[in-house]
Write a protein that binds this ligand. Structure first.
Ligand SMILES: Nc1nc2c(ncn2[C@@H]2O[C@H](COP(=O)(O)OP(=O)(O)OP(=O)(O)O)[C@@H](O)[C@H]2O)c(=O)[nH]1
Ligand SMILES: [Mg+2]
Length: 532
């Protein structure tokens, strides 16, 4: 017999009897009559009271504590004072993290050409033999697996490639300056799926999405050509030129890098609402939990690996497929006026900008959970308004909006280097161009001298945050006097649905601390992502 989720029997998402054990007495049995009646009676009829602290002191890991909690609850023991989980430090996964970085790139200057003449015994006025200066080092970017953050780049605000060496006599050309490759994160790295946006701001904004590993590093700034030695200036009338040219000056360019984590579900909530606790409850991600606001300072990604029954049937001879999985991103808490840079601001929303669905984690122990939910939406809308950006905005977001707009024909050919090396000699110097191809909507980044280098499709329009599917996790349902607030949330969501604020908005009561109701939450996410 199917059982309805607690938003009332009229809702369309079902959970089956097999999942009954996920429902425990405190999760508002009156809203789903018949659920878990037995354990409730048991709990009442056996009023043994025990605190968990004594047991917990002897237990080392959180999973031990959880299993003891479960066992005691199943035995009908009423846990009157459940200690806040005190995770040993080894259980936290914290690593340095930076998701925005502005860099100044300075390509290597070219070495100077040399003025020199062959001098040997009996050859006092030999021909010119000055070597050419070496080309300056170029700067490349490469998206690679294994990097998880831009923090390594943030130590250096400026990246310089080495200059080329000067030419020498006896036709010895100067050595090339060493190139620099900036390595940025891409793809799946342990629990992190990420993509780095690259914004080039000079002289026009260009936006590249490095969401795939780049096997060949992408040239950002070419090194300046070296100067020419005096043999280059020999003409019929000028057999012994006493001049050479200087190497070009290294081009300077500013870029902005923005790291966006890619997850299927994004958690949004006030600080302390239990986002990290929820992530810990549903995945093996050891997110830090604390009873103070802003415990989470950098995004955490948890992966939920599905059971084998979700595997599509494999064909004969086919090797075993990877189990289907989805990811959840836990970000720092949002507070009212975060868009005015209160708290940690709302910049972290960029990590859930591309999530397929948003999960609002609401703390039922707070005074006005409905007001909290409205406040979170206000912040998301404010973030989106920033997303459209104003014209002069020099952030990557500004660039994104610019590139998604129409490109006028005179803008099609973009020369990113205003200070491109001036051709003061016979050989044409190298210039790098970024070109937008209107026909197939790609950017081409190439160097005429060496040919085509890189082609990049502009990012597809991300669905607006406000048009994403969303649902609500009502957390801390284990605390007393939360039923009324749950019902108020339910009523508010009903009204919101009628007003067209969302379709079949789920509301799931859970206790992330006691890991109750989380199975229902997982099922809801699976159904949203099309697994059920
Ligand atoms: N009673 C109760 N407490 C909970 C529950 N879930 C989380 N908590 C407690 O609430 C506090 C905050 O939990 P966190 O998971 O760190 O909250 P957060 O939303 O990640 O907080 P920030 O990282 O600061 O944004 C901790 O003391 C948790 O133990 C719950 O279901 N019931
Ligand atoms: Mg947290």
């Amino acid at each position: 017999m199917p059982l309805w989720l607690p938003r009332g029997p009229q809702r369309s998402c079902r959970i089956w009897v097999a999942q009954l054990n996920t429902w425990t007495p405190f999760l508002y049995p009156f809203l789903a009559p018949g659920i878990a009646a037995r354990p409730l009676t048991l709990a009442l009829s056996r009023p043994r009271r025990r605190t968990l602290s004594t047991a917990a002191e002897r237990l080392e890991s959180r999973s031990d504590i959880n299993s003891v909690q479960h066992r005691l609850v199943e035995e009908g023991v009423e846990l009157v004072s459940v200690q806040q989980p005190q995770h040993p430090h080894a259980e936290y996964s914290t690593s340095p993290f930076a998701d925005m970085q502005e860099l100044t790139l300075i390509a290597g200057s070219g070495g100077n050409g040399c003025v020199s003449f062959l001098r040997e015994k009996f050859v006092p006025y030999g021909p010119a033999n000055g070597g050419n200066g070496g080309r300056g080092g170029s700067i490349y970017v490469q998206a690679v697996y294994g990097e998880t953050s831009l923090h390594k780049l943030s130590r250096e605000g400026t990246v310089r490639a080495k200059p080329g060496r000067n030419g020498k006599g006896s036709s010895i050309n100067g050595k090339r300056g060493d190139d620099v490759i900036i390595r940025v994160p891409v793809g799946t790295v342990h629990h992190l799926e990420a993509s780095t946006m690259l914004g080039i701001t000079h002289p026009r904004k260009v936006y590249l999405d490095l969401s795939k590993p780049t096997i060949e590093p992408i040239l950002l700034v070419p090194g300046a050509p070296g100067g020419l030695g005096n043999p280059n200036f020999v003409t019929d009338g000028r057999r012994r030129p006493k001049f050479a040219t200087k190497g070009g000056k290294g081009i300077r360019m500013k870029i902005q890098l923005e790291l966006k984590i890619l997850a299927d579900i994004g958690l949004v909530g006030l600080p302390n609402s239990g986002k990290s606790s929820f992530l810990r409850a549903v995945s093996r991600r050891k997110a830090r939990v604390g009873e103070w606001a802003f415990t989470t300072l950098a995004p955490n990604i948890g992966t939920i690996v599905m059971e084998e029954r979700y595997l599509p049937p494999s064909r004969p001879g086919e090797t075993q497929k990877r189990l289907p999985r989805f990811t959840i991103a836990d970000i720092p808490g949002l507070i009212a006026d975060a868009h005015l840079n209160r708290g940690l601001g709302h910049g972290f929303l960029r990590h859930i900008e591309r999530a397929k669905a948003l999960c609002f984690v609401i703390d039922l122990s707070r005074e006005d959970p409905v007001g909290d939910l409205k406040g979170l939406w206000r912040e998301i809308k404010a973030y989106e308004q920033g997303f459209s950006g104003d014209e002069g905005e020099s952030t990557v977001r500004g660039m994104m909006s610019e590139m998604s707009g129409e490109t006028h024909s005179e803008d099609r050919f973009i020369e990113p280097m205003a200070e491109t090396y001036e051709p003061e000699r016979r050989r044409t110097p190298t210039t790098t161009h970024i070109r937008f191809n209107e026909e197939d909507g790609t950017f081409e980044y190439f160097e005429p001298e060496t040919g085509f280098v890189f082609s990049q499709k502009p990012r597809e329009e991300t669905p607006r945050m406000t048009s994403k599917r969303w649902f609500v996790i009502a957390n801390k349902a284990d605390l007393p006097n939360t039923e009324g607030k749950f019902v108020a949330l339910q009523r508010y969501l009903d009204i919101e649905e009628k007003r067209g604020g969302g379709e079949n908005i789920g509301l799931i009561p859970i206790s992330a601390l006691k890991q109750e109701g989380v199975e229902a939450a997982i099922d809801w996410m699976k159904s949203m992502l099309g697994f059920l």
